[in-house]
Design a protein around this ligand. Structure first.
Ligand SMILES: [Zn+2]
Length: 410
């Protein structure tokens, strides 16, 4: 770690003060306001705080918060870690994460997809993990192709930065393709609606099982170095490392393998890292289980079509499910994306719709031929199901509302 200038030290002190004041006044964890204060005083604070440390960046449309949490847990085998594992994934949050843990050599930063080029320049990462790219909130996000091009341009300008990239996602493969140092992970891609055409030439992609290939230019799925097989991670030299995860679903096994690959790049062997992943039970309320009135309620967050498909894969068979939909600013005001999601996987169980936009959800479920009930809120949903397990899938602000209802469960 390098010594900070007097100005940077002052900026760091003010950042911490602002974050603390914000936190004690009950306005969240203070990461964003703290970072804003610090960067106002010293605009280069992020790069100054990152200098001389080992930084990993984790980005993608889905799974970045969980993968960041997994990676931080894995790296804790080698000492304290600076991380923004609570979702403040823009430069203000990164600056705060680095300022709060000044003594941590290893840093793991979750990065909003749009900020990856800036972080690549300012945080001088040792490794970058690229998870996936799919459509997000319609009225906010850039087209997938635009985002992939932005990544490719930025990564091409830094071809020596090691990447850990999802070979199953054609957009990620193309974006990473100009780099000379890519470790490929078979990270899975349940959602394929954004990758029917070749990122490179626009022609049709052929798929055979997990393999994909462009019929025109030959861009194809790279052979992965890391993979998931059953409940194990397979390392580049063919070792099988058991993954005894508390978090559900194939997608979290893939997130775990990515975390092991990042840890390995930082010199933490997967045998030492993997047991630490088992200790992650929930991530900022995601996957948390809450008991209420004889019901065991499990909370799943999904913000976009790809996320809803992954969440359906995690549902316990026959368990009732609450679907919660809002359309506030951070969710995107347009709910038409729910027509991109096939809800038929929830058929054959009790389905309850809640949230500000529960009527939009009701119309979608009706069109999809799924039987459902509309109820007022999570409390009413709990009363509407028999004692036992209840799954909840919610988009961003709907999730935060429910989490608040359960005393901000972590
Ligand atoms: Zn092509």
């Amino acid at each position: 770690m390098t010594n900070l200038s007097a100005r940077a030290k002052f900026a760091t002190a003010m950042l911490r003060t602002a974050a603390t004041l914000s936190r004690v006044s009950g306005r969240g964890d203070g990461s964003v306001i703290g970072g804003r204060v610090g960067l106002t005083i010293e605009p280069r604070l992020l790069s100054m705080l990152a200098a001389g440390r080992q930084v990993a960046l984790i980005s993608g449309t889905n799974g970045k918060t969980t993968t960041t949490r997994f990676t931080a847990a894995a790296l804790e085998a080698a000492g304290p870690v600076a991380t923004n594992s609570f979702g403040a994934n823009m430069p203000t949050g990164h600056t705060t994460a680095l300022a709060k843990a000044r003594d941590a050599v290893n840093c793991v930063l979750e990065v909003d997809e749009h900020y990856l080029p800036r972080l690549l320049n300012e945080a001088t990462p040792q490794v970058i993990a690229l998870l996936n790219l799919s459509r997000d909130q319609l009225d906010r996000a850039m087209e997938v192709s635009g985002l992939a091009a932005k990544w490719r341009t930025a990564l091409s300008a830094a071809p020596d930065v090691p990447l850990i990239a999802n070979a199953d996602d054609p957009w990620v493969t193309w974006a990473a393709g100009a780099s000379s140092r890519v470790t490929w992970v078979a990270g899975g891609q349940r959602w394929q609606e954004d990758s029917w055409v070749c990122p490179q030439c626009g022609k049709h992609l052929d798929r055979y099982g997990e393999f994909w290939r462009c019929t025109a230019c030959g861009l194809s799925r790279p052979s992965p170095h890391w993979a998931v097989e059953g409940d194990s991670a397979v390392t580049p030299d063919g070792r099988r490392i058991p993954l005894d995860l508390r978090l559900p679903g194939q997608v979290n096994r893939a997130n775990a393998v990515t975390a092991l690959a990042v840890a390995s790049a930082f010199g933490v062997p997967p045998e030492a890292a993997a047991p630490r992943l088992s200790e992650v039970k929930s991530v900022a309320g995601r996957y948390a289980v809450v008991r209420r009135d004889g019901r065991r309620v499990r909370l799943l967050l999904s913000k976009n079509p790809a996320g809803w498909l992954e969440a359906f894969d995690m549902l316990e068979p026959r368990c009732p499910v609450v679907l919660a939909l809002n359309a506030r600013e951070v969710d995107g005001f347009d709910t038409s994306w729910i027509y991109d999601v096939d809800f038929s996987p929830v058929q054959g169980r009790q389905v309850l719709a809640i949230g500000d936009r529960r009527m939009d959800l009701a119309v979608r479920l009706e069109v999809n031929g799924v039987r459902f009930e509309v109820v007022e809120d999570i409390a009413a949903a709990i009363q509407a199901v028999p004692p036992g397990d209840l799954e909840v899938i919610a988009n961003y602000t709907a999730f935060q509302d429910i989490r608040a209802e359960f005393d901000r469960v972590n």
